[in-house]
Design a protein around this ligand. Sequence first.
Ligand SMILES: C[S@@+](CC[C@H](N)C(=O)[O-])C[C@H]1O[C@@H](n2cnc3c(N)ncnc32)[C@H](O)[C@@H]1O
Length: 280
Amino acid sequence: MTVLEILRSTTAYFQKHNIENSRLNAEYLLANVLGRKRIDLYLQFEHELNEAELTPLRELVRRRSAGEPLQHLLGTVEFFGHSFRCDKRALVPRPETEQLVELLISRCKSEIEYARIVDVGTGSGVIALSLAAEFVNAEIIGVDISGDALMLARENAERLGLSDRVRFLKSNLLENVEGTVDLIVANLPYISTEDRQKLSREVLHDPEVALFAGARGDELVRALIAQAPSSLRPGGVLAMEIGLGQRETLVVALAEKNYRDIWSEKDYSGVTRFLFARYG
Ligand SMILES: C[S@@+](CC[C@H](N)C(=O)[O-])C[C@H]1O[C@@H](n2cnc3c(N)ncnc32)[C@H](O)[C@@H]1O
């Protein structure tokens, strides 16, 4: 079979199995097996695949159809222009979170250029490492409660040549972070345990500890709001990704703890997804 025939049949197969963006998934998996860039497939539509190429492809197609995330099958994910290793040890980084990094850079660039920053719930390290690549003078710490996630984050730091710039630390929220910081950024779990059945097969491949915060969903974000003032320097910023419909009550929680300059931002799909505030 040729590249074009494989792409057509795999796309149709994925559609039958309710895989979103079927053609794109087919292209990524085929490019991965052939060791090429996805875009190069377009120059090779007539290339005939041999059995040594078809066998691993069939296995990847089977696993993808069964709901394994594309990023796990590829082993990498693009985030903020960098390629990160991605596997079941941590959450698959989401495009919304790239927007959190973008917002920090556009809104707080001058004050975080030389800042001490902590990324709480760092997972694969995407936020901490993207900020480290952007702000060469910043001191950055990534913390997580999961040893597996921290291992992956350290591998990613190595992969990007940033191991000496970012320190990864095991910590329950800010418990083990010493001294004060200028910015706390966090994409903590914010899904309620009740919403488990609404999640897609793909999302259920993420670690539980990366998804669920408790019966309400905002428990960890609230705990961070309560804890952050003792780690933030006066005027320091708390920046968080939050869940659908959580804005109102979290704004109240911030106001009650005497944060100021509270503002929120929507993600590209129009959902209020990010919350920012200063303390002191
Ligand atoms: C939604 S994931 C985000 C991962 C990464 N920051 C990203 O944006 O892709 C949340 C992360 O918070 C971590 N986490 C959960 N509870 C925590 C806690 N109490 N203290 C620190 N990290 C926690 C999880 O292990 C997970 O890596």
